[in-house]
Structures are given as C-alpha cells and as structure tokens.
Design a protein around this ligand. Structure first.
Ligand code: BJW
Length: 251
C-alpha cells in the first residue's frame, strides 16, 4: 500500500474543524485540462501576460484580448470538474462551514457543487461593458466572429471579460470575505497555487497568524511553503480525495 502523502494530523484536524477555508489556484484545474499560468506548459509560456492580462493591453488591441478570453471561455465550458474539485465539494458537506476562496476564473468549483465560493479574480463566464457596466448578454460577443471588437449594444463601449487584471481592484467585498474566512478558519488549505500573486497569497499567512493549521497541496513547493505547517506534495485530484477519505474514516 502506498503511504498517504499527508500527516495523520491533517485529516484529524479537518475532521474536528468548525470552519475550513481553502484557497485554490490554477493547479486545481490542471487535471481538468485547463492550463496553469506559470508552469512549463502554462498559458504564459505561450502568451505574454503583458500583452493580454492588463487593461492597457486590452485598450491597445481589444479584439485580440477579447478573442483570447473567448477561446479560454470555450475551453473552460467544455472541460469538467475533476476529482480535486469534487473532493472539495464533498469536504464542504463534512464540516459545519467551508469557504472556498478561488483565484480561478473557470467556474469549476461552482459546477462541482461547492456552496460558498469567493471569486477573487472574477469569472470568465461573465463579461461587461467598460463604459456603462451593463453585463453582456448572449450574442453581444458575436462581432468577434466577424473579426470586429465586441461593443455594448446600448452605449458602444468595449465589452471586457469580468476578470481582474494586474493593477486592478479585486471585486467589491471579495477580499473582505476571504480575509474573514482565513481569520476564522481552524484549518486552511492552499491548493494548486504558486502563491506569488497578492493579495491572495497573503491569506495563508493571515490564517496562520489567527491560529489555523495551514497545509499546502501542490505538485511542488510554492512561494509560501516555508510558512505553512505542512506541505502535501502531489496532484490535487489525487491527494484531496485521499484526504477526504481519511477524514471520513475518522468521523
Ligand atoms: C498543481 C497541479 C496539480 C500544477 N495539483 N498543484 C503585494 C506585494 C507585491 C505585489 C502586490 C502586492 N499587492 C498587490 C500587488 C500587485 C499585484 C501582484 O500580486 N503582483 C505580483 C505578481 C508581484 N496584484 C495585483 O495587481 C492585484 N490587484 C491589487 O492588488 O489591486 C490593488 C488595488 C488597490 C486600489 C486600486 C487599484 C488596485 C490583482 C491581481 C490579479 C491577478 N490576475 C490574474 C489574471 C486573471 C485573469 C485571467 O485568468 O487571465 O489571475 S494573474 C494570474 O495569476 C491569475 C491567477 O489567478 C493568478 C495566480 O496564479 P495561480 O493560480 O497561482 O497559478 P500559477 O500558474 O502561478 O500556479 C499554479 C500552481 O499549481 C503551481 O504552483 C503548480 O506547481 C501547481 N500545480 N498542477 C496541484 N495537478
């Protein structure tokens, strides 16, 4: 039998926790076939973030950026939640309160059935007009197929994806909810994130400062690995179901 990649302490802590908070990043969706950002085969190996993931790049070439997000939206819609997303949804049913704070914009936690999901960096499935802020409706992006930039049918403003680019504020209230969850958690899991983008990367530290047992789940040690109580090395889609199974054996 293969040894479990986590300590006995972790499932024990999870099984008696009142509140579990989980921070997720692109690694949790990697096994669904959605590329991460900074890994060798990640999105930013192929595309320059400076050209695609900031508002100046968008204003310089809206059609290119809209097209890139449209392509990623199609991928995210086609792909399905994996065993890691499912395990986190199951974890939510095993503890009194479970908050999933995600940096991901792919909507997969919601589709897996996690009930409390805080979106820090927005959601690819939504777009809105930069001028009047009206949420885009089906058909509003059709101009892209004709080779034109998509514009708001009401005010002609440019339509942008509802995601957070560098230098932009996080959605109203999101960081407050995430910070409150981190401060209140008995156990905090940081899953599949390189933990280099702030303010999200500060959440495990906030949790630790408020007394949580903090564990990282990642295929390699992240930027915050030295600051956590336990590093669980392995794929999220394998280690999270094993962790939930171990919790069930205790409960
Ligand atoms: C697996 C796996 C498997 C692989 N299983 N693991 C404090 C200090 C320093 C800088 C700042 C600071 N505060 C703010 C900043 C600036 C900036 C920032 O953080 N810069 C740093 C990079 C230096 N932050 C911001 O600008 C933020 N805004 C802000 O703070 O606003 C303040 C403000 C106030 C008032 C007025 C105005 C502003 C906004 C950050 C927005 C980030 N946006 C992006 C793009 C989203 C849209 C899109 O999808 O295109 O979000 S960037 C990108 O990085 C994306 C991600 O959510 C984010 C994090 O990446 P993530 O998820 O960690 O992915 P990877 O690829 O990096 O890592 C994957 C991991 O998975 C790896 O570790 C693998 O090993 C692992 N893995 N397979 C488990 N199977």
């Amino acid at each position: 039998m293969t040894a479990q990649p986590f300590s006995d302490e972790l499932p024990r802590r999870l099984a008696r926790a009142e509140h579990v908070a989980v921070l997720t990043g692109a690694g949790v969706s990697a096994e669904s076939g959605i590329p991460t950002f900074r890994d060798e085969d990640g999105l930013w190996e192929q595309f320059d973030p400076k050209e695609l993931a900031n508002v100046e790049a968008f204003l310089d070439n809206p059609q290119l950026v809209q097209g890139w997000y449209d392509h990623r939206r199609d991928i995210a819609t086609e792909k399905t939640p994996n065993d890691g997303h499912e395990a986190l949804a199951a974890l939510g049913d095993l503890v009194p309160t479970c908050t999933v704070v995600t940096q991901n914009v792919d909507n997969l936690h919601q589709r897996a059935g996690s009930e409390t999901v805080v979106e820090l960096h927005g959601n690819l499935t939504r777009s809105y007009c930069m001028e009047c802020e009206r949420e885009a409706r089906p058909g509003d992006l059709d101009a892209l197929a004709e080779g034109d930039a998509a514009r708001c049918p009401e005010c002609d403003g440019l339509i942008r994806p509802d995601v957070v680019w560098f230098g932009e504020r996080l959605p109203e209230g999101a960081m407050e909810r995430a910070g409150a969850a981190a401060s209140d958690a008995d156990v905090f899991l940081s899953v599949g994130t390189s933990a280099v983008v702030y303010p999200a990367a500060g959440l495990p530290v906030t949790a630790k400062e408020h007394g949580a047992y903090v564990a990282e789940v990642n295929v390699e040690r992240s930027a915050i690995a030295d600051a956590v109580d336990e590093v669980v090395l392995g794929k999220a889609g394998e280690t999270l179901p094993a962790l939930v199974e171990a919790m069930r054996r205790i409960a």
